[in-house]
Design a binder for this molecule. Structure first.
Ligand code: F3S
Ligand code: F3S
Ligand code: ZN
Length: 131
């Protein structure tokens, strides 16, 4: 597999001023919300509100899990993504291929807003919003 193609649809959750307040609530997962924006979200949308993690952008880099001092994230496997990865489908940031797991902010209520995850995520999939 060669370099990931860069598409025209490059986006970053961190740069979206409408997140989270103007995004639709589509459901809940393990006590955090699932948020969605028509025309932006493609398939999974964003898990979490304070620690919003865009599953359509996440490439399973994992640095967020490593650096979080309060263990907010869990790795969440999505095996059905494998087929898309095999085809070389890029993520919504256009920077890299999709991944078969995502960082789920399972304990976002434990976040102390250090922003280490937000700063270090290579594709800006995370946006921190203090309540
Ligand atoms: Fe952890 Fe990110 Fe909050 S690193 S403490 S989830 S700002
Ligand atoms: Fe995903 Fe970024 Fe974490 S790519 S695994 S949200 S560091
Ligand atoms: Zn979740």
């Amino acid at each position: 597999m060669g370099e990931a193609p860069v598409t025209g649809n490059v986006r970053k959750l961190i740069d979206d001023p409408s997140f989270p307040n103007q995004w639709q609530v589509k459901g809940e997962h393990l006590g955090h919300k699932l948020l969605w924006k028509d025309g932006e979200s493609k398939e999974y949308g964003v898990h979490g509100t304070m620690v919003g993690t865009d599953f359509d952008i996440c490439i399973a880099d994992g640095i967020c899990i490593t650096v979080c001092p309060t263990n907010v994230f869990d790795r969440m496997d999505i095996p059905s993504e494998q087929e898309k990865m095999d085809k070389g489908t890029p993520n919504d940031s256009g920077k890299a291929l999709l991944a078969i797991w995502k960082a789920d902010p399972a304990r976002e209520q434990d976040c102390i807003f250090c922003r280490a995850c937000e700063i270090q995520c290579p594709v800006q999939a995370i946006k921190i919003t203090e309540p």
